[in-house]
Ligand binder design. Structure first.
Ligand code: ADP
Ligand code: MG
Length: 381
């Protein structure tokens, strides 16, 4: 396969092309630059966060073939910051340029249905699901899964967008409205004890490096905070790695990706979804680990050796800063030097838009958590 053959080590001073210039692209670029690489980014938004840190910026839509070709011809390696780029265009780039991540993972994971199918084929533990091609199929969901279930669009959902929770017959109306617009899947809505995620990097020679297990709390389906190490039995981390192993037997990953998990009330672990790129729940690693999830991603795609183990230097809590959190907390940044504040540089501040995050390193997770929750208290849920 082209992606394995082209695994030459990239020399310092080589150029990394990144498709997508949001906060993930920006933090990727910063890691790349600290290792001596140049960065070119392509993004449809002229004011995207990465624009100001990239050596060159191509202002174009993700499906602009000429612009993608331009990016590729100027770059020694291509990577991406998000999964919703066209798999066929990525396939074209893979066959003409150096794209070590390939296109298979993107192709499978950008569709929730094929994502669930591959997880099932891989023998991973997942919540029961059914495909919803039309509104009639909701009857299958009711008979085979039963209430409550959650309907999710197959394509393009993030941060809970494109999802309807169906707890009772009266909620079917909203689910039908969603299915009339887009094909969906329905999955059992689990009673959660906890959510955790595992960030993993796979290198050129299939070397695999795990970050510590992350404990995540979502509010209104958007990540609110991440605590590391996750406060779970050790066996959960072991089981999570096992699930990842099953998956990578079937999907070719290179670089950093994250698997999100549910833990239900009986302590059973389910794979929720996979992000084939650095992930919000891995941001703590910038300060808390000896390598960040962005560092290991750059090492992987430039064909370098990965660290065997990622060391957690200190337990950490990461809190997302949405627009409404910035309104509340901005004045407190200077009074809390232990908050490592990252502001992404998005021009438009919106109440529910991710504008940044902060990480606190601490030997006393519970006390720090209480202090942070108090600081975020005035936040509208
Ligand atoms: P997204 O792509 O928007 O992150 P997810 O499928 O991860 O979509 O859903 C977002 C959040 O919604 C999850 O992290 C979880 O808190 C909640 N959620 C989604 N599906 C389920 C489910 N089947 N059971 C319980 N909670 C769920
Ligand atoms: Mg998710």
């Amino acid at each position: 396969m082209k992606c394995n053959m082209s695994f030459n080590k990239l020399k310092f001073g080589s150029t990394i092309g990144i498709i997508g210039g949001g906060q993930l692209g920006k933090m990727m670029a910063q890691s790349a630059q600290s290792m001596g690489y140049k960065v070119i980014v392509l993004d449809p938004d002229e004011a995207c966060p990465c624009q100001y840190v990239a050596h060159e910026f191509i202002h174009a839509n993700y499906d602009d073939q000429a612009a993608l070709n331009q990016l590729a011809s100027l770059s020694d390696v291509i990577t991406y910051e998000f999964e919703n780029i066209s798999a066929s265009q990525l396939e074209y780039l893979v066959s003409h340029y150096n794209v070590p991540q390939g296109y298979q993972a993107i192709q499978i994971l950008q569709d929730r249905l094929s994502e669930k199918q591959i997880l099932k084929e891989s023998n991973c533990n997942i919540a029961p699901f059914v495909q919803l091609t039309n509104t009639e199929d909701l009857n299958d969901a009711i008979s085979s899964i039963g209430y409550p279930f959650i309907v999710k669009t197959r394509f393009g959902g993030y941060d809970g967008k494109g999802q309807v929770l169906v707890e009772k017959a009266a909620d079917l109306k909203d689910a039908k409205a969603l299915i009339e617009v887009e094909e969906c899947v329905a999955e059992q809505y689990l009673k959660l004890n906890k959510e955790v995620s595992l960030t993993v990097t796979i290198g050129a020679n299939n070397q695999i490096t795990y970050f510590p297990l992350q404990e995540n709390e979502h509010r209104q389906q958007v990540l609110f905070k991440t605590v590391v190490p996750a406060r779970t039995d050790e066996s959960i981390e072991h089981s999570a790695r096992n699930e990842v192993q099953k998956l990578i037997n079937n999907v070719h990953f290179v670089g950093t990706f994250t698997v999100e998990f549910f833990i239900d009330k009986s302590n059973a672990l389910y794979v929720n979804e996979i992000a084939p790129r650095p992930h919000n729940s891995g941001h703590y690693s910038i300060e808390a680990c000896d390598y960040s999830q962005f560092d290991t991603h750059i090492l992987a795609i430039t064909g370098q050796q990965l660290p065997q183990e990622i060391e957690l230097l200190k337990p950490a809590i990461m809190m997302n800063l949405l627009g409404k959190d910035l309104d509340l907390l901005e004045n407190q940044f200077s009074e809390n030097p232990e908050w490592h504040v990252h502001i992404y540089g998005k021009e438009m501040r919106k109440a529910n838009r991710k504008m940044g995050h902060l990480t606190v390193l601490t030997e006393d997770i519970n006390q720090t958590e209480q202090a942070l929750l108090k600081a975020f208290e005035g936040r509208a849920i």
